[in-house]
Design a protein around this ligand. Structure first.
Ligand SMILES: Nc1ncnc2c1ncn2[C@@H]1O[C@H](COP(=O)(O)OP(=O)(O)OP(=O)(O)O)[C@@H](O)[C@H]1O
Ligand SMILES: [Mg+2]
Length: 256
């Protein structure tokens, strides 16, 4: 039988470098990162504080530019784009979720979710409908008119996920999405990500927590601005402990 066709590549990064300069000080935050992510992959990026995870996410999300290397997003070569070109691509292709939610405090959940559609000039009634649908998708149909301070942490993060998804981005980037949440709420956000993944969403998520990373299907580990390990989650020794028993290799007598 012929091999099934692989999903198309959404992210292709080749040898990216990024150095921050403050006065005479230089920090080499990324030192030659190469990575390919296909449609409907679910990737967790792990690594110690300062290893370059957020720097990489900011480049993938077109929030920042690399000093060298190539970045193709959904077939578009972003490498030489200027700030407004990058903003356009970002608006179309990327949904970003942050640890600190980053919601506008004074407006409702619905208005927060509509915001990216205002930037992309979607007419009022369409954007209202799309924002309502996005909030329904994340389980917040009954919280649309609440302002952020009237919502729990988990609900705020759901609003942020709805806002990230409302423009139907090709990729959802989440930088420590559960970093400010207790473990039960974190688990419910992971259930939401699982649902989005099942619906075909491509997800890249940064996390420090192994039990959160174990929800992903692929684990990328960074150290000193480089990727040193990239494995399916069921082959990552740490994440394996959190996988269902049927995914773990059989225990031999010596190891049990
Ligand atoms: N805007 C900046 N200016 C100067 N240095 C920076 C800047 N942002 C990050 N750095 C430095 O670059 C390195 C990588 O930072 P980055 O934020 O990517 O790490 P991280 O892996 O996301 O860490 P954490 O887990 O703590 O969020 C660190 O040494 C950091 O101090
Ligand atoms: Mg970070």
């Amino acid at each position: 039988m012929p091999e099934p066709l692989a999903n198309p590549v959404v992210i292709r990064v080749t040898n990216l470098t990024r150095t921050y300069r403050i006065g005479s000080e230089r920090v080499e935050a990324l030192r030659g990162v190469s990575l390919e992510v296909c449609k409907n992959e679910y990737v967790a990026v792990m690594g110690h504080s300062g290893s370059g995870k957020s720097t990489l996410m900011n480049l993938l999300g077109c929030l920042d530019k690399a000093d060298a290397g190539l970045y193709h997003l959904n077939g578009i070569n972003t490498t030489r784009m200027n700030a407004s070109g990058l903003a356009n691509v970002r608006n179309r292709e990327i949904g970003f979720v942050f640890q600190s939610f980053e919601l506008l405090p004074r407006v409702s959940a619905l208005k927060n979710v509509e915001l990216p559609l205002i930037y992309s000039k979607v007419p009022f009634w369409s954007r209202r409908k799309l924002a309502q649908q996005a909030l329904q998708r994340v389980g917040l149909a009954d919280r649309m008119h609440h302002k952020p301070n009237q919502l729990s942490g988990g609900e705020k993060q759901r609003v942020a996920v709805a806002r990230a998804l409302v423009g139907a981005p090709s990729i959802l980037l989440a930088d420590e999405p559960t970093g400010n949440l207790d473990s039960k709420t974190s688990e419910s956000i992971m259930q939401l990500f699982e649902q989005l993944y099942a619906e075909g969403q491509t997800i890249i998520m940064v996390t420090h927590e192994v039990d959160i990373a174990a929800h992903a299907r692929r684990i990328v580990r960074m150290r000193d601005g480089q990727i040193y390990s990239d494995l399916p989650a069921e082959q990552d020794p740490d994440c394996l402990r959190f996988k269902p028993a049927e995914l773990r290799p059989e225990q031999t007598e010596q190891s049990s």
